[in-house]
Design a protein around this ligand. Structure first.
Ligand code: DOR
Ligand code: ZN
Length: 409
């Protein structure tokens, strides 16, 4: 197959022929003379998104999401690769739980996926299976800490990578009953202290998940950790009228923090944009105190950012670097770029087609979005390894076609 259109290549939009064979980009050329039929693309061709942080709830809470609905929602948002977190029921901590999850996800996912493991006693076997690990930092007894440190050392020795959820419970206050109260409950200091404590852990690549505050970001940057930011911390703050629907860990912060995150995003300080797609049902989120924390976002992330590009609020190159190129490298995979030898994972968008986010048009089982009413640029076509998943806004992807990415070095 050969596509012809305006594509994002080497940091610029250029008119090119893109040859695709066996799911990979075979060539990118200015001129093509041959007898293969060329498919003219009227939209702008961009690398598809890679979301390093999703919770597709499978296994354990498939009433909130399963890997089919989650991966389909991702595809509608131009994301064709996800890395799924291990806080399942049961938690992904042993070879057996990992293998069962992998088998089930292989049957359901319509996009490619990587899977994180937690770090426990079995870390030696888990290293064989995946290069991605997740650590939830919280105050722990010294014995627990020792297990962690040995495990972390093992992961790093084998070329693995670790993503850290940084909130230190020692700095928590009393829970509040609204979003500013929730921000105060898990304050800035709890994030900063948790990030700073990573310096005491064994040497190796450390990625700080969902940084939400200016101080947290400064700490992570000065320590040389890689930095992940979510769309909800970029687009929302504690003043949003969301009640329990805005409850998330780490919390929505002040407007000042939100502005600081945008400024550092523009400066190029942020490595990864990741949704932390954490769906919960509408019923569960209506009562603030009882609402479980978490916000869905895999489908709206890239479209929100592309709208920001169309408004001149952020450069296309920064968005693509953080949503495709760097995440692709992080996963040790040939994804995230339109270049010979890379997977043909593409999203095709018309920047003039601005839509308002409406829950009726979204595909997560969550059934709601904190971004309702926000403007966004959704893709018209989406391709994964040369196969259309979305064609003219219609989903035509197959359940179970997604491939596992081990992400190992
Ligand atoms: O708000 C959150 N929800 N933060 C997390 O770290 C976990 C997530 C979830 O799984 O619901
Ligand atoms: Zn998360």
């Amino acid at each position: 197959m050969i596509l012809y259109g305006t594509a994002y290549i080497d940091g610029e939009l250029k008119k090119r022929y893109i040859g695709i064979e066996d799911g990979k980009i075979d060539f990118v050329k200015k001129h093509y003379k041959g007898d293969v039929e060329v498919k003219q693309i009227d939209e702008i061709i961009l690398p598809a998104g890679i979301d390093l942080h999703v919770h597709f709830r499978d296994p354990g809470s498939t009433d909130k999401e399963d890997f089919y609905t989650g991966s389909k929602a991702a595809a509608f948002g131009g994301v064709t690769t996800v890395a799924d977190m291990p806080n399942n029921h049961p938690p992904i901590l042993t070879p057996d739980t990992f293998d069962k999850k992998l088998q089930m996800v292989e049957e359901r996912s319509c996009i490619d996926f990587a899977l994180y493991s937690l770090i426990g006693d079995d870390v030696g076997s888990m290293i064989e299976k995946t290069g991605l690990f997740k650590v939830y930092l919280s105050s722990s007894t010294s014995t627990e800490k020792k297990i962690h440190e040995d495990g972390i050392r093992k992961v790093y020795k084998n070329g693995g990578k670790i993503a850290f959820h940084c909130e230190d419970e020692d700095y928590f206050n009393k829970p509040g009953t609204d979003l500013p109260g929730y921000n105060n409950y898990r304050p800035v200091e709890s994030e900063v202290q948790a990030i700073s404590s990573l310096n005491e852990l064994p040497e190796g690549p450390k990625r700080v998940c969902h940084i939400s505050t200016k101080k947290g970001l400064q700490e992570a940057l000065s320590d040389g950790f890689s930095v992940e930011v979510t769309p909800h911390h970029l687009f929302l703050n504690e003043e949003a009228f969301l009640g329990g629907f805005g409850k998330v860990n780490p919390p929505l912060r002040t407007q000042n923090d939100q502005i600081a995150l945008w400024e550092s995003y523009e400066r190029g300080d942020i490595d990864f944009l990741a949704s932390d797609h954490a769906p919960h049902l509408e019923d569960e989120k209506t009562d603030f105190i009882d609402a479980p924390p978490g916000i869905p976002g895999v489908e709206t992330m890239y479209p929100l950012l592309l709208h920001s590009v169309s408004m001149g609020n952020i450069s296309l190159s920064t968005v693509i670097e953080t949503i495709a190129e760097k995440p692709g490298r992080y996963l040790n995979t040939k994804k995230g770029k339109i270049e010979e030898g890379y997977d043909a994972d593409l999203t095709m968008v018309d920047f003039r087609k601005i839509e308002t986010i409406d829950r009726e048009n979204l595909h997560s089982k969550a059934g709601w979005s904190p971004f309702e009413g926000f403007n966004a640029v959704f893709p018209v076509h989406v391709m994964s390894r040369g196969e259309f998943l979305i064609k003219d806004n219609e989903f035509i992807g197959d359940k179970g076609r997604g491939k596992f990415i081990s992400a190992k070095a």
